[in-house]
Write a protein that binds this ligand. Structure first.
Ligand code: NAD
Ligand code: GLY
Length: 358
């Protein structure tokens, strides 16, 4: 088992990463003095697979457990579902001395984290991420929230968990497309911050595609270390943390234009990262060889790399509504070769899009 600490002063917390460690959740919670009355928020898909095992370890550690099941799907990451969670917490008399546990992918993690941040002005919570994307990204760093009809994640809070518990074994049951989608975020860490890790991913792509637990544990650990390092330096995204959005500005446009759910988040990020790499090459920051390596690795993991065929005008209309647009100027993360990235202002977005979409 590996352990990483996200160092945020009194809000620091451990991340445990290992194979078949779901049965150790009880002891992990004891180590962080987590409350004895807990609610587990999950959905039927993940709940049917892992809730029984989780309840066993929680009960064995002396905990009283309530399970709250919410429907599966991004379309349920809403204020309405949140209200249903509050209703159950109130009905079951959850007070400030209780805790909340998220068991599921990023959708469940974001929703549960926001419920924990806001119910009684904040209850301690724990993330048990079960998708690759949530294990390497969304469970770490404290971004929580729900969607609004006008856009994704428009309502939320920064609220750090007390513990993150990553069992690689959960990935055995993850559908292939979800697995690939998470791999896009893993590749992202290599491109934005760690050439050595990117090279390691290239060398281990076969075992990773075969979901080797050992290779995955390393890839997840390295990804979490990089994310923890960035979050420690810039928790509230005033600067450095924005680099984690590599591929996301173009990616969000692809997601929005295609309609949520049609193109998965990681798939859109893969397309966005290739667009960013091409934009970088356009101003001499990365080579054709770098682009080729990025495209090859993403393609190996069955990720799309070509932007869907919408017009520049359509891309522009959605990108201008992006949270990363400031005073009409779009800030895009561009990679410098492989292993470094920086935020760049793009003044002439339609010209750039014209070049990238041909
Ligand atoms: P998801 O949570 O929707 O899960 C994808 C699907 O896999 C769901 O149907 C889920 O029930 C199922 N599933 C989960 N674990 C499984 C398992 N072990 N076996 C079988 N099926 C399983 O998708 P996701 O990609 O994990 O997360 C996407 C969400 O994360 C989005 O809402 C996005 O906005 C959010 N996100 C948040 C952050 C952050 O920093 N907070 C970062 C990136 C993404
Ligand atoms: N997923 C980007 C972040 O957590 O900042």
């Amino acid at each position: 088992m590996n352990q990483i600490v996200v160092g945020l002063g009194e809000r620091s917390y451990p991340i445990w990463i290992g194979e078949r460690i779901l049965s150790n959740v009880g002891s992990a919670l004891d180590e962080v003095d987590f409350p004895l009355k807990v609610a587990v928020v999950t959905n039927p898909t993940v709940g049917d697979l892992y809730c029984e095992q989780l309840i066993d370890t929680l009960v064995a550690s002396g905990r009283q457990v309530s399970v709250i099941r919410v429907p599966d799907g991004e379309e349920y990451k809403t204020l309405e579902t949140l209200e249903n969670i509050y209703d159950v917490l109130i009905e079951r008399q959850f007070d400030r001395y209780c805790g909340i546990i998220a068991l599921g992918g990023g959708g469940i993690g974001d929703l549960t984290g926001f419920a924990a941040a806001t119910y009684l002005r904040g209850l301690p919570f724990v993330q048990i991420p079960t998708t690759l994307l949530s294990q390497v990204d969304s469970s770490v760093g404290g971004k929580t929230g729900v969607n609004h009809p006008q856009g994704k994640n428009l309502i939320g809070a920064f609220y750090q968990p007390k513990h993150v518990h990553i069992d690689v074994m959960a990935l055995e049951t993850l559908p292939k497309r979800e697995y690939s989608s998470g791999m896009a975020e893993v590749v992202k860490y290599g491109i934005m911050r760690d050439l050595e890790f990117f090279t390691w991913l290239e060398a281990h792509r076969e075992v990773l595609a075969g979901r080797s637990a050992e290779a995955l544990a390393y890839a997840i650990k390295r990804s979490c270390q990089i994310k923890a390092d960035v979050v420690e330096k810039d928790e509230k995204e005033q600067g450095l943390r924005a680099l984690l959005n590599l591929g996301h500005t173009f990616g969000h446009a692809v997601e929005t234009l295609a309609g949520y759910g049609v193109v998965k988040h990681g798939e859109a990020v893969a397309i966005g990262m290739v667009m960013a790499a091409r934009a970088s090459a356009g101003i001499g920051l990365c080579s054709d060889d770098d682009i080729e390596r990025i495209v090859e690795l993403l393609t190996y993991f069955d990720l799309p790399v070509t932007p869907p065929d919408y017009s520049v005008k359509e891309y522009l209309s959605v990108m201008q509504r992006d949270k990363k647009v400031k005073d009409g100027v779009v800030r895009v993360v561009l990679n410098h070769g492989i292993g470094t990235a920086e935020l760049h202002q793009v003044e002439d977005l339609d010209k750039l899009l014209g070049e990238l979409l041909t």
